[in-house]
Design a protein. Sequence first.
Length: 175
Amino acid sequence: MLDPVDIPSSAGSCCVMNKHSFEIRRFRAADVAAVACLYRRAVRIGAAHAYPRTALIAWATPRQGISFLRNRLLATWTFVATDVAGRVLGFCEVMQNGHVRMLFTDPTATRRGIATALLDRGLAQARATGIRRFDTDASRVSAPVFARAGFRCTGRRMRGVSRARLLSHRMIRRG
Ligand SMILES: CC(C)(COP(=O)(O)OP(=O)(O)OC[C@H]1O[C@@H](n2cnc3c(N)ncnc32)[C@H](O)[C@@H]1OP(=O)(O)O)[C@@H](O)C(=O)NCCC(=O)NCCS
């Protein structure tokens, strides 16, 4: 793992668990199947109102296999949100250079602050190593989440994601 400085595992997590609460923890190898499944659901269901179906199908079909994904998520600052039963509700991947690469919440668990909490945790981890500039290519769906977290839009562009080309918002945050 990349962790020169690992902030305490309790930071950003939720202590009192009820059916609506969630806990944030570091991604583990055993999470990869749940994360891959959540990714497909979040794209195909959660982003269905924002992109054409053909783009969604391509976006939901990663170029790389599951072991590649597992190894990459272990090597970056990746956090998952889990419910009281341990089910993965969302995940966020932050790269060592401050790039937020992935942010997804299961369609059954949106608008509960899960993406915001995951992003907070990922940025805090990066900040602990001295990173003070963050960027992302936000989808049409996630741009409001990043805006609320202090990112500002610097432009829009078509970019390749998995097998799709999607209109994305280039967003930056300092500090
Ligand atoms: C985008 C996504 C990650 C948001 O996850 P989430 O856990 O629902 O986000 P949060 O609950 O933290 O939302 C925080 C705030 O962002 C804004 N927001 C979130 N989803 C929004 C939406 N669909 N439309 C408008 N604003 C939205 C709201 O201001 C929200 O606060 P509020 O619920 O108090 O109004 C999730 O909807 C998702 O996975 N979507 C599909 C895939 C995708 O596009 N992922 C991003 C790839 S870059």
